[in-house]
Design a protein around this ligand. Structure first.
Ligand code: UDP
Length: 335
């Protein structure tokens, strides 16, 4: 099979490329390197079944050229990271809306099976505002905040992407799947755009205080990136999944305070854990989500499995990766 991965130089994209190449497929990565990086795919530079186009999904003709001859598309290109999204609201909205529209137009013209990346952000504040709701199911409610709160633009555009993908499926018969990723983490993810796990690990390894935003009692469910790419692969090979939306996560909520403690323990770093008010971290009027736990029964029923790697496994992998990176940098500098 020939795969086009938009966002192929990104964190999830590079792991998906590794996974698909290991299975003998061809991979064409398409990335504008805005948040992706050549470092994530440097090891693939001379791979005979790997190609890279540096381009923007908002440029339809460049995307069309890269997609030509591809059997399948995985659309991961998006503005990512809460801090990045808050700082670049226009890029967030145009990339997520226009880029996805281009991908779907091409998918329809080529009849290419396409997976569109969505996000657990689309559920917004549902768990804290809807009575008797403990987990988030694909067809359940979602509650976003005001348009004056920039954070919600990301969720809103991703929900629009899902609507558009499902519209292509029902109106034109385009084979599409939408996948809502829940806090996917693992080696190669950068903390530069605000993600919590790489940020904490970097702080701990540098001997700096770990900075928890808010009271730290908010929870998240973390998914190992390797689990996430295996699920993407399985979904694309499951015909009953076409035209459907799936959660990709693990229903095991961890408070950010506990996360900070686990990072400190597993890294062996003797650093303090500091709490910083949200306004100081993100600017005025920021709204966080207190809870976000997926219902995984739909995915389990569709592919017979679900992400299983636990938080300690994830953290050990991230810590080992960061340590190896630091070691490489030291030896390059002759230290
Ligand atoms: N967070 C934190 N310190 C950091 C980065 C994030 O305490 O350095 C918190 C953040 O406020 C949120 C949680 O960790 O409550 C997850 O943040 P992330 O940006 O990784 O993902 P998202 O908010 O999109 O779930």
């Amino acid at each position: 099979m020939r795969y086009l991965i938009t966002g192929g130089a990104g964190f999830i994209g590079s792991h998906l490329a590794d996974h698909l190449l290991a299975q003998g497929h061809h991979v064409h990565a398409f990335d504008n390197l805005s948040t992706g990086s050549l470092d994530t795919i440097a090891h693939l530079a001379n791979h005979e079944r790997f190609a890279l186009t540096i381009g923007d999904v908002c440029n339809k003709s460049a995307l069309e050229t890269a997609a030509s001859g591809c059997d399948r598309i995985v659309h991961l290109a998006a503005a990512v990271g809460v801090k990045h999204i808050l700082e670049h609201p226009v890029e967030t909205i145009t990339t997520n809306v226009r880029g996805t529209e281009h991908v779907l137009e091409i998918a329809e013209a080529q009849d290419s099976l396409t997976l569109i990346a969505s996000t657990s952000e689309v559920y917004g504040k549902a768990l804290e505002t809807v009575d008797n709701l403990d987990t988030l199911a694909e067809d359940g409610p979602w509650v976003l905040g005001a348009t004056s709160k920039r954070r919600w633009a990301y969720a809103c555009t991703k929900a629009m992407d899902e609507f558009l993908a499902l519209a292509y499926a029902s109106e034109y018969g385009t084979p599409v799947i939408a996948a809502r990723f829940f806090n996917t983490v693992g080696p190669r993810q950068t903390g530069q755009y605000g993600m919590v796990v790489p940020s904490f690990v970097k702080q701990a390894l540098a001997g700096e205080p770990i900075t928890v935003y808010g009271d730290g009692r908010q929870t998240r469910c973390f998914t190992h990136v390797q689990d996430a790419v295996e699920v993407v692969d399985s979904l694309m090979n499951t015909e009953s999944a076409h035209g459907e939306v799936f959660n990709i996560g693990r229903p095991d909520p961890i408070s950010i305070n506990t996360l900070a403690e686990r990072v400190r323990e597993l890294s062996g770093a003797d650093v303090p854990i500091n709490h910083i008010p949200y306004d100081e971290a993100y600017g005025d009027g920021f709204e966080d989500m207190r809870r976000r736990t997926p219902d995984m029964s739909k995915l389990q029923a569709a592919i017979g499995t679900r992400p299983e790697r636990d938080l300690d496994t994830i953290l050990r992998d991230v810590i080992d990766h960061e340590r190896a990176k630091q070691q490489d940098m030291h030896s390059e500098n002759g230290v």
